[in-house]
Design a protein around this ligand. Structure first.
Ligand SMILES: [Zn+2]
Ligand SMILES: [Zn+2]
Length: 244
C-alpha cells in the first residue's frame, strides 16, 4: 500500500521553529493533509517526542521519533526511531555531546518542551541549535548502532547539507538521503532520494511528503515496522515531491 510519509518536521522545541508549531498542531495538520507516517525531528533533541506520540495516537497517524542531528562539520542528519524510549535515550547521548554555550532565547529563539495539550513543561537551558562534538561519520555510526534509520538531510542545500559542508556525500549506513530538488545518482551515491517538509511553521506541514510502497502490517500495533520501512526505502519504492 502507498503511504504518504514525511520524516522531517520540527516543533516549538527547535529554536528556529514557530511557537505555534506544537506537537498537537503538527499531528493535526499532518492528518488533515493526508500523511500516514510522520516523524518529529527537532534539532539535536527528542524531548517533544512523548507529546508527539500522544498527539499522533489521537489523530490516528503513525509517528516516528528522532532528531535532526548536527555533526561537528554542521551536516544535518535525520536519526529516526520507531520506539519512543530509544529515541529519548539517543537524545540523552547527544545532549552530553552538545557544547555548553551561553544561550540567549531572545537572540536565538525559544525552545519549548510541551505536553500533548500544549502546556509548557520546560524551557531547556542547553542550546539545541549548536553543532555536536561528534564528527559526521561518528554520528551516523552511533545512530545506526542504536538502530536508527539514518538519512542525511537536504544534501543539496547550500548550507548544512553533506555536499555543502563536506564537498560530497561520504559512504555511510544510510537508509536513504533527503533532497529538496532532484539530484544525480553520483551526488546521492545511488541511495534512494526522499523528500521532507522540514516544517518549522504550520503552513509548511505536508509541503514535501513522499509516497512509499509498504507491505500490509507495516503499522501493526500502531508503530512502524522499521525493517519493512528500511527495505522499502532501500528498494527505492518511493514517490518524492520535489520543490519546483
Ligand atoms: Zn536542516
Ligand atoms: Zn530541519
Amino acid at each position: 500500500m502507498l503511504v504518504a510519509c514525511d520524516l522531517h518536521n520540527h516543533s516549538c522545541l527547535s529554536p528556529c521553529g514557530s511557537l505555534e508549531q506544537s506537537p498537537a498542531v503538527l499531528a493535526r495538520l499532518a492528518r488533515e493533509r493526508g500523511l500516514g507516517l510522520v516523524a518529529l525531528t527537532d534539532h539535536n533533541t527528542a524531548l517533544n517526542a512523548p507529546a508527539f506520540a500522544e498527539c499522533a495516537r489521537r489523530e490516528g497517524i503513525v509517528a516516528m521519533f528522532g532528531m535532526e542531528a548536527t555533526s561537528a562539520e554542521e551536516v544535518h542528519v535525520l536519526c529516526l526511531f520507531s520506539a519512543l524510549d530509544v529515541a529519548l535515550d539517543f537524545g540523552r547521548f547527544l545532549a552530553a555531546r552538545l557544547p555548553r554555550l551561553p544561550y540567549d532565547p531572545a537572540k536565538l529563539g525559544d525552545q519549548v518542551v510541551v505536553d500533548a495539550d500544549e502546556n509548557v513543561l520546560d524551557l531547556p537551558e542547553l542550546y539545541f541549535g549548536a553543532a555536536l562534538e561528534l564528527g559526521f561519520d561518528e554520528l551516523c555510526t552511533a545512530a545506526s548502532g542504536r538502530g536508527a534509520l539514518v538519512v542525511p538531510a537536504h544534501i543539496d542545500r547550500p548550507m548544512f547539507g553533506a555536499i555543502s559542508q563536506l564537498g560530497f556525500l561520504p559512504e555511510g549506513p544510510f537508509a536513504a538521503v533527503e533532497a529538496v530538488r532532484p539530484v544525480s545518482p553520483s551526488a546521492s551515491r545511488g541511495h534512494t532520494v526522499i523528500t521532507g517538509s522540514d516544517a518549522h511553521y504550520p503552513e509548511h506541514v505536508g509541503r514535501r511528503p513522499f509516497g512509499l510502497e509498504l507491505p500490509e502490517g507495516w503499522d501493526a500495533g500502531g508503530s512502524v515496522d522499521l525493517d519493512a520501512l528500511r527495505d522499502a526505502l532501500e528498494a527505492g519504492r518511493v514517490r518524492p515531491t520535489f520543490s519546483p
